[in-house]
Design a binder for this molecule. Sequence first.
Ligand SMILES: *Cc1c(COP(=O)(O)O)cnc(C)c1O
Length: 363
Amino acid sequence: MSGEEQKYVKDAFDTNWIAPLGPNVAGFEKDIESYLGDNSHVAVLSSGTGAIHLALDLLGVSSGDEVLCQSFTFAASANPITYLGASPVFIDSESDTWNMSPELLEKAIIDRTEKYRKPKAIIAVHLYGMPYKASEINNIARKYDIPVIEDSAEALGSKYFDRKCGTLGDLGIFSFNGNKIITTSGGGALVTNDPATREKAVFLATQARDNAPHYQHSHIGYNYRMSNILAGVGRGQMEVLYKRVEARRNNFKIYKENLSKYSDISFLEEPDGFYSNRWLSCILTSSFEQREAIRLGLMEDDIESRPLWKPMHLQPVFGDCEAYTDGTSEKLFEVGLCLPSGSNLSMSDLERTIQIIEKYSTR
Ligand SMILES: *Cc1c(COP(=O)(O)O)cnc(C)c1O
């Protein structure tokens, strides 16, 4: 926490705005909107997962539909597809950004349309904070007239040329879960450039109450709005977003400066015009064995590291789903490792980690 959060939470107590909504909710939304620019309209919600669920609902996804989803991601990108009775179809990554491959996306659209029906939506992810190839993905999406949900849960603070991540899709989502770059302990947001869509999202997120003096409902709703207390935490966190991004990017820089001299360690570079918040610093090793040696070596010294996300098309729960793959994400999963990446790591924390990795690496 930055310290400012307590001021906003205290305001909520002092003014007795403990009941769900209140001035911090509107304030947090304004803070995110002014950060994002680009005519964005934001609804803050109880989680990023809930935001994806609402986004799919807003796009009319329902039973029997297919949604194309990046395979190399956290399960929360794909789970909400199934809440609506729809099926995920997984798309592999390309190696420049580790995100959705435009080629495989187009191949999947053509193939699914031929064999079943046109997919209803696309979920592309800025994994670890690295933007996906938004122009290429958007061009394909427009060509076939399929909307894009931009899963920006890990990418608040990242940029794609002069635009902020979260504003690149038809609908964007953020997460403020405890492990993300800023947090409200739990929370999320939906981003749109259309005020009416935002209104509809808020309506659905508050149990879809019709405008009547009694409780009347003509739609199925959700209880997905963020509370005024947590929005207070979010306002304090927005004040330090820039510092958090700076700290995370600095972690990456130090790892890279010290480890790139090893021929069997490599890093994900930013393509021209791409700016990553470096939510997590990751390395690629030369083999599964080297990756495990490093991971276990770190663990011996009480340092936690973790393999990269296990692709969704390899997850037991999604075993029956269609997938368009070329081995890219499987390889990343096999040889990649997420290193300690917190915004509060000290230079000696980083050095300790680097020294252990060096033991298992060759020049
Ligand atoms: C964290 C995360 C989510 C889900 O956000 P929650 O707020 O935890 O529900 C979705 N997608 C990705 C890629 C994530 O990392």
